[in-house]
Design a protein around this ligand. Structure first.
Ligand SMILES: [Zn+2]
Length: 476
């Protein structure tokens, strides 16, 4: 366990980084910087995996939360911010630095997460017939309120001092609204050291958001590698396939069900559907976004036009239907969602979750899985052992919600909408840093993806590229 250094010893010590989460995996992003005698946490993401393991990992930190001095969050996806309430509950009392859009998104995302934690605990207690001691939620709405009190909004590009001799600056990551790279400068007796943490990086050429900024030079670059060994399908082709699937479904009088995560993917799909409507590439049918969470998130998108692509921002200011209007209706209440399920097609329904295992998409799927006029359009990666993945299997039936269903609806899988950089994007972002960056450490990727990107980078002249293990500590 880390102990506090005297002021002189702290000044002498070289800054270090310890990889605690999303090292050789993609879940629970969390990295600890020690510099100038201070401990600064980068991200505090929720580990998502099997229930018991996730509970253990999320409720036990490998350091003392009360000894952390500062926390910087890269973006509002739950695997990067979802465990902050636990950190605060366990004694963290410092500031939490975020970009202005992330400031607003965290309120929505963490309250939704608290709701899930509370429902989850209630579900387990019912299943155990209320045997004492009751299972407690990982955190509650009250814990989230304490997080929100600690948030400090820092605009992109503004160098901010967080400790004597330690500053950081946010740069645009282009992944979701508010996403940022974190570039840190740390003074010590031997000089100054620079660290860049990319968070999650977006793709080139994705509309809606601002493009990814140049990656800041650093002595140690900590870079994500989710799709380090993949070339995404062309976005233009993918959009045309989306339109074609919708035209076919609407011609049949069916429903097009689009499972999508509420933050990021839903806004992107709505944007493409509105472009398709305006260009006459899809018929004028109602588009329902059946998700109160997505409705709240879309409000945040609309309230930060300066963080969006300039063309989109202009349209928002002029009152055009971006993320709403132009046939798009948000469905908030449970009653309205039930009523929507009974309404005949043709229409389009977007709802979470992205892999069809939870959320309102499940009831729409139940109602339409045996309707040959309808289509489920999968617009995200589908992990194994999910309903989404099972829908893709070439079988006449599909198992979900405890039973085998006749699968008579059409299934279309489009994997070109990813919000993460692919191999070509990484090379484009990293090539200018060749010779200007010391060590490169690849995180946030399954081992095969990270290893492949490491090999590619070595081929392109980066000499010191390593995929760290959880707990590895590195001089910056
Ligand atoms: Zn992300």
């Amino acid at each position: 366990m880390i102990t506090k250094l005297s002021a002189d010893a702290a000044w002498d010590a070289e800054p270090t980084l310890t990889f605690w989460g999303a090292a050789s995996s993609v879940s629970g992003s969390m990295h600890l910087v020690e510099a100038a005698g201070k401990q600064i946490l980068l991200d505090c993401g929720m580990y998502q995996g099997r229930r018991e393991e996730a509970r253990q990992r999320n409720s036990h930190f490998p350091f003392h939360p009360e000894q952390i001095d500062s926390l910087i969050i890269s973006h509002a996806h739950i695997d990067h911010c979802g465990n902050v309430p636990t950190l605060v509950k366990q004694g963290y009392a410092g500031k939490i630095y975020v970009t202005p859009p992330t400031f607003d998104l965290l309120k929505v995302m963490l309250n939704d997460s608290a709701k899930i934690q509370e429902e989850d605990a209630a579900h387990i207690n019912i299943a155990r017939n209320y045997v004492e001691p009751w299972v407690q939620p990982l955190y509650t709405f009250a814990d989230v309120d304490k997080v929100l009190d600690r948030l400090v909004s820092v605009p992109y590009g503004r160098e901010t001092k967080i400790a004597p001799g330690v500053t950081f600056t946010f740069a645009e990551a282009g992944h979701i609204l508010g996403s940022a790279m974190v570039s840190m400068n740390m003074e010590y007796a031997g000089g100054i050291r620079r660290l860049t943490f990319t968070g999650d990086l977006g793709r080139r050429g994705i509309p809606l958001l601002k493009p990814t900024a140049p990656i800041p030079e650093a002595d140690l670059l900590v870079c994500e590698s989710t799709y380090g060994n993949r070339i995404h399908a062309s976005l233009d082709d993918t959009i045309e396939k989306l339109y074609a699937a919708i035209r076919m479904t609407m011609d049949r009088g069916g429903k097009a069900l689009i499972p999508a995560f509420s933050l990021g993917r839903t806004q992107l799909i709505v944007h493409f559907l509105q472009l398709g409507l305006r260009a006459g590439k899809i018929p004028k049918v109602p588009i329902y976004v059946d998700s109160p969470l997505a409705a709240d998130i879309s409000e945040v998108y609309r309230s930060h036009p300066n963080a969006l692509d300039p063309i989109v921002a202009e349209a928002v200011r002029e009152g055009h239907g971006i993320l709403g209007g132009d046939g798009v209706q948000f469905v908030r209440s449970f009653e309205a969602s039930t009523e929507l399920g009974l309404r005949p097609g043709p229409h389009i329904i977007i709802a979470s979750s992205g892999m069809c295992d939870a959320g309102r998409i499940v009831s729409h799927l139940k109602q339409n899985v045996d309707d040959p006029r309808s289509t489920v359009i999968l617009v995200s990666y589908q992990a194994s052992n999910t309903t989404g993945r099972r829908l893709m299997e070439p079988k006449p039936t599909v198992f979900f919600q405890g039973k085998e269903w006749n699968k008579w609806l059409e299934v279309v899988h489009l994997d070109g909408f990813s919000g993460h950089a692919d191999t070509h994007d990484f090379l484009a972002y990293l090539a200018p840093l060749q010779g200007k960056v010391g060590k490169v450490r690849l995180i946030h990727g399954e081992r095969d993806q990270s290893d492949a990107l490491a090999a590619t980078l070595r081929e392109h002249g980066f000499s010191d590229v390593v995929v760290p293990q959880p707990g590895d500590r590195e001089l910056i």
